[in-house]
Ligand binder design. Sequence first.
Ligand SMILES: O=c1[nH]c(=O)n([C@H]2C[C@H](O)[C@@H](COP(=O)(O)O)O2)cc1CO
Ligand SMILES: [Zn+2]
Length: 182
Amino acid sequence: MASSSKDNEPQPQPPTQAGGPIEDDVYFMAVALMFAKKSPDPNTKVGACIVNQEGNIVGIGYNKMPNGCEDKGLPWKRGRPKGLDKKYLYVCHAELNAIMNKTSMDVEGCTIYVTLYPCNECAKLIIQSGIKGVVYLSNKHKDYNETKAAVKLFRSAGIEPRQFLAKREVADFLASIDPFAE
Ligand SMILES: O=c1[nH]c(=O)n([C@H]2C[C@H](O)[C@@H](COP(=O)(O)O)O2)cc1CO
Ligand SMILES: [Zn+2]
């Protein structure tokens, strides 16, 4: 497709409170964090936001029980071993929900912003769906086998997850949102 002169012009960015442009990374991690807030998990709330190569959000999700199973008494208990009375066998991870909720035909070449390093099952989903970028915030489960397996899977697939370090910027951005501002 021929590019118009408009393609070369700087595109408008959502402003921060201070009036400057907000970095995409900060903006998309803030969205992932806002979705994490909706998670009913009392301990670890995870949010995920899938962004395409044009910078559009094409999927969002948070960890929750499968649709229709929310109020059926499935356990939210945590801890190991991961038995039948623990949440792990039932909960749908944020990444799974973001991919299932996607609004575009496919997510080939997209980047997923996720507030927790993906587990091995999410790594498989990410790889199979064609997502090529992973930006994560916390890596608090880095010693779990699920995380170690995810690291191996990403390495095999040529995906290099990148840790999001601009925590202060994202906190400032979220604090700058004033719904009463005219
Ligand atoms: O990739 C992930 N995505 C995701 O949504 N989760 C969710 C599943 C659980 O609800 C929660 C982890 O629980 P906890 O930290 O209490 O063990 O995070 C967990 C992972 C990996 O740990
Ligand atoms: Zn997972």
